[in-house]
Design a binder for this molecule. Structure first.
Ligand code: AMP
Length: 130
């Protein structure tokens, strides 16, 4: 069965898209730790990030870097943190989270934001993707 993220890639489930290229997609996490919390995925479904080929993994990280730079431009923050868990969704993904303190990166404390706010955050980040 296709992962929920493959359904997003296929357009069967909506997302707040931030960036896309031929092989990758970036969209807002539906339960963000902070406004601008973004997930970066390979379009081709693979469960475990570190099972990716070296070349696919490097391409994903290069894409994530581009998105992280855009997040830093769009969202006031000290750093954009990167994390990999993969405990919930079996489709490799990288979390990018704008943070000011260590407490901003707490996977036990996520929130939800109104749809119009999510759409506006996604648009602000998308506008900074070079
Ligand atoms: P993990 O697999 O532990 O890295 O966590 C998966 C992340 O995906 C969580 O932070 C969820 O909030 C997020 N998530 C799950 N479903 C969706 C969705 N449909 N759209 C955006 N983010 C999602």
């Amino acid at each position: 069965m296709a992962s929920i993220f493959s359904k997003i890639v296929a357009g069967e489930i909506p997302c707040y898209k931030v960036a896309e290229d031929e092989k990758h997609l970036a969209f807002l996490d539906i339960n963000p730790m902070a406004p601008g919390h973004t997930l970066v995925i390979p379009k081709q479904e693979i469960d475990y990030l570190f099972d990716m080929t070296e070349s696919d993994y490097i391409d994903l990280e290069l894409f994530a870097r581009k998105v992280a730079v855009a997040i830093k431009e769009a969202i006031p923050c000290t750093r954009v943190a990167e994390a990999v868990l993969g405990l919930e969704v079996p489709h490799a993904h990288i979390h990018l989270v704008p943070i000011n303190t260590e407490a901003d990166m707490d996977f036990r404390h996520k929130t939800t934001l109104p749809g119009d706010q999510m759409a506006s955050i996604a648009a602000r980040i998308a506008a900074q993707v070079k």
